[in-house]
Design a protein around this ligand. Structure first.
Ligand code: HEC
Ligand code: HEC
Ligand code: HEC
Ligand code: HEC
Ligand code: HEC
Ligand code: HEC
Ligand code: HEC
Ligand code: HEC
Ligand code: HEC
Length: 362
């Protein structure tokens, strides 16, 4: 059934297998069934769908039955070899793709041949894809597949809407990692609605509103680096975080619970009862970070006072803190005073602290 083009197919695919190996296939995959298992079954099948398979989408260029648009022959029974390199054939009609494919960041399988993902004749999938998008992409990107499927916290962006291509251009892009936008814009744009809910049904904050209303952006957010703290494709930590951070308002004190914050901040901040150097949140030498956070069971987590993305006050301090499952907020009411600071009467009576000695930060 295969025409003379066959000879070039395995060569091209074997070229592709080398980088595919580097994508991080599980160690067992190679030995499990040789290189064949690394190559997704649908990659490079090439010809029209076999008879009996229900055609979902047919290519205009193939529909009219003139095989010689791409093959040397007209005869559908034996159309013969291709007239030229695959991509050149496609560019004849899809002229805009010459521009697309000259963008600085190119996807190797698209440079190699368009038919690594598309069937030139017909397909069960829309856009003439050889497989549904998630299956197509993860067929080669096995490491991402493993993260996406095994992570305890999954990112809905990978499994809803356009899936991988909501964020990546499958062909070529102007942003590294084939991203369709700068990563910060990507995250913020999708998270700028009031109806994005996590799997437990909790509505997630609207980021454009949050960032617009709160002028003090946490340094990594101001650097537009959401990935400093979040893993896009999936994570074992709460909220897709790169390291541990408690999920609830109260948590037992253990520096490991705050590994996220302590990758960048001094992990001693809540470890010592008395200090005049570790923190400015102290009354004289009484470390108020220690007082609040360092409890065997119900230590207040950083979120009790700090808003990690953007806050209305300096030091990432909140005006209000979320409390309990009922969606309640308590006033923090922090104010700077000439000699330190004070918090309003909510969690306790209004209290002041004095930290006149300037502490060395970090
Ligand atoms: C738009 C271009 C285009 C048209 C039109 C086209 N083909 Fe193809 N065909 C290709 C490409 C490209 C391949 C190689 C697929 C690959 O790279 O894996 C191919 C491969 C094939 C193969 C498999 C070759 C093999 O090695 O087994 C068959 C069979 C085939 N075409 C049949 C046809 C028939 C029959 C027609 C006309 C009714 C036709 N094609 C029209 C582009 C086209
Ligand atoms: C003879 C002209 C011609 C050639 C050659 C051609 N195409 Fe097309 N292609 C079309 C037309 C016409 C359409 C339908 C109009 C549209 O959707 O833009 C189309 C549509 C498509 C679509 C979109 C289908 C959809 O559902 O939106 C894909 C993907 C595609 N072609 C891929 C390819 C690839 C890959 C090649 C090279 C193997 C190729 N085309 C070669 C004319 C061509
Ligand atoms: C790595 C897989 C992959 C390769 C290789 C690939 N494409 Fe695509 N292509 C896709 C996906 C996925 C879509 C659907 C995008 C979407 O739905 O937003 C698509 C969409 C298209 C479309 C429909 C119009 C559009 O932009 O949505 C055309 C035309 C097309 N591709 C042509 C090509 C051509 C020409 C090549 C070779 C230069 C190529 N593709 C190589 C994955 C690929
Ligand atoms: C046929 C195999 C194959 C398919 C299918 C495939 N890729 Fe790739 N992809 C590669 C190879 C090979 C590379 C280059 C190796 C690398 O950089 O990791 C690559 C690179 C990438 C990169 C850039 C990696 C980097 O570090 O710069 C991204 C992002 C990507 N692919 C996303 C996708 C998405 C999204 C899809 C589905 C639309 C997809 N890939 C489908 C083989 C494939
Ligand atoms: C929500 C946006 C988004 C979605 C959806 C998404 N990615 Fe990514 N991807 C990114 C960003 C951002 C990066 C850059 C590195 C990072 O921050 O993780 C990236 C990096 C990559 C890389 C480069 C390797 C790496 O880990 O840095 C590959 C390959 C990749 N993605 C493949 C995929 C595949 C396959 C899918 C679908 C299963 C997918 N991505 C879905 C945003 C996304
Ligand atoms: C295409 C839309 C889209 C993009 C782009 C996107 N997200 Fe999401 N994100 C969602 C949706 C939908 C949810 C809620 C559903 C879910 O995760 O199951 C979500 C949930 C989350 C969650 C909470 C996950 C949980 O279950 O606790 C975090 C954290 C998150 N996204 C961060 C990011 C970051 C960082 C980026 C940029 C790299 C980003 N998102 C880009 C759509 C998107
Ligand atoms: C310094 C680390 C850090 C950076 C940088 C960061 N985040 Fe977060 N993010 C967190 C932490 C910690 C949480 C959990 C907050 C909580 O529950 O108190 C979180 C929670 C979230 C949530 C869930 C919000 C909700 O309503 O519960 C989303 C969505 C999110 N981040 C997206 C982003 C986006 C988008 C960016 C980039 C603009 C970003 N994050 C940058 C640490 C960070
Ligand atoms: C009970 C409220 C509260 C809690 C809980 C809290 N902080 Fe603070 N934090 C403050 C206040 C108030 C300041 C500002 C002190 C000043 O400059 O007057 C501060 C300041 C800081 C600073 C700036 C440097 C310094 O110490 O003066 C960092 C960094 C910091 N906190 C990190 C954290 C981390 C990490 C956690 C969780 C482990 C946490 N905070 C928990 C109230 C709190
Ligand atoms: C990727 C690094 C990084 C991570 C992770 C990180 N921060 Fe920060 N944070 C910074 C930088 C940089 C600054 C600005 C320099 C400074 O003041 O220390 C900052 C500033 C702060 C401030 C204000 C300090 C001041 O004096 O005004 C607070 C409070 C704070 N971070 C709390 C947290 C908390 C709570 C976490 C964990 C949820 C956290 N940070 C995670 C990098 C990080």
């Amino acid at each position: 059934m295969r025409s003379r083009t066959t000879s070039s197919v395995p060569l091209a695919l074997s070229l592709l297998l080398v980088p595919a190996l580097a994508l991080g296939a599980p160690a067992g995959a190679k030995s499990a069934g040789g290189s064949g298992t690394l190559r997704s079954a649908f990659v490079g099948k090439g010809g029209p769908l076999p008879q009996g398979v229900k055609v979902g989408w047919s290519h205009a260029a193939y529909e009219n039955g003139d095989c010689s648009i791409c093959h040397v022959g007209k005869d559908p029974k034996n159309p013969g070899a291709l007239k030229g390199p695959v991509n050149e054939l496609c560019f004849q009609c899809h002229e805009e793709f010459t521009a697309v494919m000259s963008r600085p960041v190119k996807h190797p399988p698209a440079v190699e041949r368009c038919t690594n993902c598309h069937n030139a004749h017909n397909a069960t999938e829309k856009k003439l894809l050889n497989a549904e998008i998630y299956t197509l992409c993860t067929g080669c990107h096995t490491k991402i597949k493993s993260i996406a499927e095994n992570a305890k916290v999954k990112h809905g962006a990978l499994s809803t809407g356009s899936k991988c291509v909501s964020c990546h251009n499958p062909h070529a892009a102007n942003v590294e990692k084939l991203l369709v936008q700068l990563p910060f814009d990507l995250c913020v744009n999708c998270h700028s609605r009031d109806d994005v809910k996590d799997p437990s049904g909790k509505t997630l904050v609207n980021f454009s509103k949050l960032l617009a209303a709160n002028k003090v952006w946490h340094a990594p957010v101001a650097n537009k680096d959401c990935s400093a703290c979040h893993m896009t494709h999936g994570s074992d930590n709460f909220r897709l975080l790169v390291e541990d951070y408690p999920a609830k308002f109260y948590a037992p004190y253990d520096p490991k619970n705050y590994a996220l914050c302590f990758t960048c901040h001094n992990d001693k901040v809540a470890a010592t009862p008395e200090t005049t150097t570790l923190t400015n949140f102290r009354d004289g030498s009484r470390n108020l970070h220690y007082v609040h956070v360092h409890k065997e069971e119900r230590g207040r987590t950083c979120r009790a006072c700090h808003e990690v993305h953007a806050s209305p006050n300096e030091h990432q301090l909140r005006d209000k803190t979320p409390f309990g499952a009922g969606g309640w907020s308590l006033n923090v009411g922090w104010q700077k005073t000439p000699t330190g600071g004070q918090c309003s009467k909510t969690c306790h009576d209004t209290k002041q602290y004095t930290n006149k000695t300037i502490a060395t930060k970090k």
